[in-house]
Structures are given as structure tokens and as C-alpha cells.
Ligand binder design. Structure first.
Ligand code: PAF
Length: 332
């Protein structure tokens, strides 16, 4: 070793030690994960976010902590997703409301009467078609970790009970900002009013809209019985949810921590689905007790709605790959 190299050896060793210390400090540093969602902490979203946090915090020895912003505390779902893209929010659980504005392929799951039941929907979302769509979120600067769910959507309103498409004629019905849903209700002759969720309860109170549509998980947890009289169990469309994190958060993690977040998202989904299973049976009784007038569309009445939706299906088949739609329908 030259004199020069001998002089530099301790400096290099020190630099390596400082580097290792820095890496260890980073590995031990706490990172706060701001998680935003539209509903109360006691809702299916709150339960899922809580489970996600619990598993991540336990498996990372508290290197990651979660700070919750429930009840649209960070704004509507579109704003929160944009926050993820900007890196001002780290995580969210959202409906499919605005997702097709980010990744158009997502809208395929918003087609009315596509899924037979929850088991069918879960099979498709966890399978090839669902997972391929999750992967597409990488193209828009987002990391989609898992599909969650809300249940099947039903119509509530203050005007009348609903049994056939004439009953929704002219009904001022709040929809999500979701082009597939808007087309469906326009085709049925309703007056769909796309609106971000934070404005919905006050608009129902003020009577600027007659009704809205959401699954039992939302109708119960958002206490819609306080502002809506009629509930029609129409089950007109399945309502998926998605667990997303920001690319900034994702890229700052080691592969091990990424795996922990992904596995924990899977556990959060299991908790959310268990909540939905429960509310699908207990929710109707609860809402009856709270004074709602509840009716259920029979198989024939559902067929009547599907028939009236024929022109909308034509549009959907133009927008989405028919083979994929058939693959979804054929999934057992
Ligand atoms: O109707 C919606 O916008 C959504 O279902 C909600 C209530 C925000 C939950 O994601």
C-alpha cells in the first residue's frame, strides 16, 4: 500500500461507517403515513384502514405510523387521489367513483348487473382481470395494492318507492363522478347529478337532489336514514374499492417494507369484506328500525331494468373489450 493509500484508509473506513450509520438511522426513522378516506372510522373504510395500520406498525416495529383523515377530512376522493399523485398524501381507500378518470379500464367493473354476487366479484377482482387493472395504476404515478369493496349499490330517495324504470323517471339522483353510472341512469330516464361525496348529505337535506345510490355499508355508516325515506334494494351495480399508496412513499421503501404494506393491504381487504358480509345481512333490519321504507327488486323487476339499459350496454361494449366482459361473466 502506498503512503497515500495508507493515509486515506482510515478516512474511507470512517466514511463507510457514517454511511452505514445513516442507513441504520433511516431504517429506524419514523415515517408518518397520512391516510384519507370518505367515511367514518366505524365504517368499512375505517375498519380496513385500522387493520392496515395495525399490521404495518406491528411488522415494522413502529417505523411507519398512520395518521387517519376519515370522513373526507382531506376532501373528495378525486382530490385525495390527486394528493397521492402530488405526494402530499401517502395512502387512501377509495370507491371506483373517480378511478376510471385515472385508469379508464377500471370502468369495466362499473357496468350495471355485471356481477352475480359478492363471491363472483371477489373472484374476478382477485383474479387475472382485476390484478391487470391494478398494475395499470403505475402508469399514472400511483401504486394500487389491492381491491377492497363496498358491496352492491342500492337506490335511496325521498320521492317514491321504485319497482320499474318509470319510477326513476326524472329523479334527481346523485351519482358518483363516474361516466359508466351516469350513462346508465341517463338511459333509464333519471336526472343523474354527478357530485363529490362531501356535498351529498347537505344536498339531500336541502332537497336539491331527490336521492343517491350506495351500498348498505355506506347507507348505514353515513346515517342516510336521517335524510332519506325510501330504500330500494336494487343491487344495480357492484361497488369495488381500492387501496392505494403514493409512488413517493413506495419508492422510499425497502422491498421488504413494500411487501409488508402489500400483505397488510390484503389483511385490510379481508377485514373490509367481513364488514360488508355482515352489513349485507344486518343493514336492512337496522335501516327498517331507523324508519326507512324498504323494498327489494324481484328477479323480474331487475330484468326490466336490464332491458331498459340495452342502449347503455351497446355503449359499454363499444368502450370495453367484449372478450374481457365475457371472461368476467363466465368466471365461476
Ligand atoms: O358514493 C360515493 O361517492 C362512494 O361510494 C363513497 C360514499 C364516497 C365511498 O367511497
Amino acid at each position: 500500500m502506498t503512503i497515500f493509500a495508507r493515509k486515506l484508509a482510515p478516512v474511507a473506513a470512517l466514511a463507510t461507517a457514517i454511511g452505514l450509520l445513516g442507513w441504520a438511522a433511516a431504517a429506524n426513522a419514523q415515517q408518518e403515513v397520512k391516510i384519507g378516506y370518505a367515511l367514518a372510522p366505524t365504517s368499512h373504510y375505517g375498519v380496513a384502514a385500522e387493520k392496515w395500520q395495525e399490521v404495518v406498525e406491528a411488522k415494522t416495529d413502529g417505523r411507519y405510523t398512520f395518521r387517519h383523515f376519515p370522513s373526507s377530512g382531506l376532501g373528495g376522493e378525486r382530490e385525495v387521489i390527486e394528493g397521492l399523485q402530488l405526494g402530499t398524501v401517502e395512502a387512501t381507500i377509495v370507491s371506483s367513483g373517480t378511478l376510471s378518470n385515472f385508469v379508464p379500464e377500471t370502468g369495466i367493473f362499473d357496468i350495471p348487473f355485471l356481477f352475480r354476487d359478492l363471491t363472483h366479484a371477489r373472484k374476478v377482482l382477485d383474479g387475472e382481470v382485476g390484478q391487470a387493472i391494478l398494475a395499470k395504476f403505475g402508469d399514472v404515478g400511483l401504486v394500487a395494492l389491492a381491491w377492497g369493496e363496498q358491496g352492491f349499490r342500492h337506490i335511496t330517495n325521498n320521492r317514491n318507492a321504485i319497482a320499474d324504470p318509470q319510477d326513476v323517471s326524472g329523479l334527481k339522483l346523485r351519482t358518483m363522478e363516474n361516466p359508466i353510472h351516469i350513462t346508465a341512469f341517463e338511459t333509464l330516464g333519471a336526472a343523474p347529478t354527478p357530485m363529490a361525496w362531501p356535498e351529498v348529505i347537505s344536498s339531500l337535506q336541502q332537497g336539491t337532489i331527490d336521492g343517491q345510490e350506495n351500498p348498505l355499508s355506506v347507507i348505514t355508516s353515513a346515517k342516510l336514514s336521517e335524510v332519506q325515506k325510501y330504500l330500494t334494494l336494487s343491487g344495480h351495480v357492484y361497488s369495488p374499492a381500492m387501496l392505494l399508496v403514493s409512488r413517493q412513499l413506495w419508492e422510499s421503501m425497502t422491498p421488504e417494507d413494500q411487501q409488508i404494506f402489500k400483505d397488510a393491504a390484503g389483511e385490510a381487504v379481508a377485514a373490509m369484506r367481513a364488514y360488508v358480509d355482515n352489513v349485507e345481512t344486518s343493514g336492512v333490519e337496522q335501516l327498517k328500525t331507523e324508519g326507512m321504507e324498504i323494498s327489494t327488486l324481484s328477479a323480474e323487476e331487475k330484468a326490466g331494468f336490464q332491458k331498459a339499459l340495452a342502449p347503455a350496454y351497446e355503449k359499454y361494449y363499444g368502450q370495453y373489450d367484449k372478450a374481457t366482459i365475457d371472461q368476467i361473466i363466465a368466471t365461476e
